[in-house]
Design a protein around this ligand. Structure first.
Ligand code: NDP
Ligand code: PYR
Ligand code: MG
Length: 423
């Protein structure tokens, strides 16, 4: 990023008031009578009702449209373990996206936990406050046990965005990119650089979509994950292949797909040249991708390229998932976000990329034209149709799979965040 952009980003966060979110009132507070309803004595009435029936918290408080965005700061974007406080701009950022794209209220919570168990205990104790919990930027392998335990302990959706949000968006983009490259997912040789939260979840979902695990070469800092290694945790071990490949160069030789979920500038133009014809490169590390699109495209013109960033074509980023997935889950009061709901989100997202792009989206991105092709494999985050399509698909899948506690919403499909409480 240029010095100008860096300063602009700091100014954006600092001015005119610090931070990116604030809390707004939803009820009148102008008179003494208003205050008597909002606070003492009126507030005692919903207290008594909720004490008798906890479900009434959804009627009398903001719980049903409130998500906690919770991090321990151990894997902030691709910047690494910089601690909970430093993660706050990202968590506030997730809150901005929840609100502006899906009308979901959120509170960011940065937890200074000395162990995964301390983190779990902290989250479990505050879970009832919220309609859902979005775990963010928690490093592997701890994130897997943290999420599993919290799903068990909480009766609201708990969703580790870096795993599942990323996997859903990656799968949708990949299915479309493979179609454009005229490649079959079951034959594709896939290299995944990174073996953490995002990488493991992405590769698992690609396998569910038809990829063959024997065709996937996953790498961590020590190189290719193979059956001969004795230093693998149970999550990496699921991707250990019988192979002689040891390095990224070895793995990329003839590969069809590269998925980067690791760190900045880890793939060179020379390495890209080793890939098969019409290679697909998802360099998704944030903020700096594994290889920059300008470097990749200068090296070869047959590459279908995506990054996690807003300032290049094909933004493969979990922003295309979590706001709308939670919207759908909250609106049917789902007890969890299950596989059926994730697959429904993949399908809604990939299908939308094939439809004509509305003028307002073109305007937002200052483009004259955008149609399904190598430069447009996945919808743009500012496409307002995402709200209606993904939330409806997720809500329907929740109803069909039996985790919804409310019927499919009568006010769906949503056309705007102003409709989220009904039209
Ligand atoms: N575009 C998107 O939507 C998203 C992108 N991401 C990006 O994915 C990356 C990983 O995030 P996340 O999974 O949450 O973090 P984790 O800490 O869970 O995992 C990081 C993984 O990257 C590997 N890694 C780091 N540096 C290297 C290197 N030099 N060579 C090979 N492997 C390396 C680590 O290897 P080891 O196991 O050996 O430590 C680890 O397996 C980040 O850059 C993040 O921005 C994440 C979520 C969403
Ligand atoms: C996008 C995101 O969640 C990440 O890079 O961690
Ligand atoms: Mg993240």
């Amino acid at each position: 990023m240029s010095q100008d952009m860096k300063q602009a980003a700091l100014d954006y966060h600092a001015n005119p008031i610090p931070g990116k979110l604030s809390i707004e009132l939803t009820k009148p507070t102008a008179t003494a009578k208003d205050l008597a309803l909002a606070y003492s004595p009126g507030v005692a009435e919903p207290v008594r009702e909720i004490a008798k029936d906890p479900e009434l918290a959804y009627k009398y408080t903001g719980k049903g449209n409130l998500v906690a965005v919770i991090s321990d700061g151990t894997a902030i974007l691709g910047l690494g373990n910089l601690g909970p406080l430093a993660s706050k701009p990202v968590m506030e950022g997730k809150g901005v996206l929840f609100k502006c794209f899906a009308g979901v209220n959120s509170i960011d919570i940065e937890v200074n936990a000395e162990s995964p168990q301390a983190f779990i205990d902290t989250v479990a104790r505050i879970a009832d406050t919220f309609g859902g919990i979005n775990l963010e930027d928690i490093k592997a392998p701890e994130c897997f046990e943290i999420e599993r335990t919290l799903i068990e302990q909480c009766n609201i959706p708990v969703f580790h965005d870096d795993q599942h949000g990323t996997a859903i968006v990656t799968a949708a983009g990949m299915i479309n990119a493979l179609e454009l490259a005229n490649k079959k997912i079951e034959d594709a040789k896939i290299v995944c650089l990174g073996a953490g939260a995002a990488a493991i979840a992405c590769m698992k979902l690609l396998v569910s979509c038809g990829a063959k695990s024997e065709n996937i070469y996953m790498l961590d800092r020590k190189g290719v994950i193979h059956a001969g290694r004795d230093d693998l945790n149970q999550y990496k071990a699921m991707f250990a292949n019988e192979t002689n490949k040891r390095t990224l160069d070895d793995a990329l030789d003839g590969a069809d797909v590269f998925v980067g979920l690791s760190g900045p500038d880890l793939m060179s133009a020379e390495q890209l040249m080793k890939m098969a014809a019409n290679p697909i490169v998802f360099a998704c590390s944030n903020p700096d991708p594994e290889i920059r699109p300008e470097v990749a495209k200068a090296a070869r013109n047959d590459v279908i390229m995506a990054t996690g960033r807003s300032d290049y074509p094909n933004q493969v980023n979990n922003v295309l998932g979590f706001p709308f997935i939670f919207r759908g889950a909250l609106d049917v009061r789902a007890s969890a976000i299950n596989e059926e709901m994730k697959v429904a989100a993949v399908n809604a997202l990939k299908d939308l990329a094939k439809e004509p792009v509305p003028a307002e989206v073109l305007k937002a991105y200052e483009l004259d034209k955008l149609e399904f092709g190598p430069e447009y494999i996945i919808p743009k985050p500012m496409d307002t149709r995402l709200l209606g399509r993904i939330s409806a698909a997720v809500a329907q899948a929740a109803v069909d799979s039996g985790v919804a506690r409310l019927p499919f919403p009568a006010h769906y499909p949503l056309t705007s965040i102003h409709d989220v409480y009904g039209k």
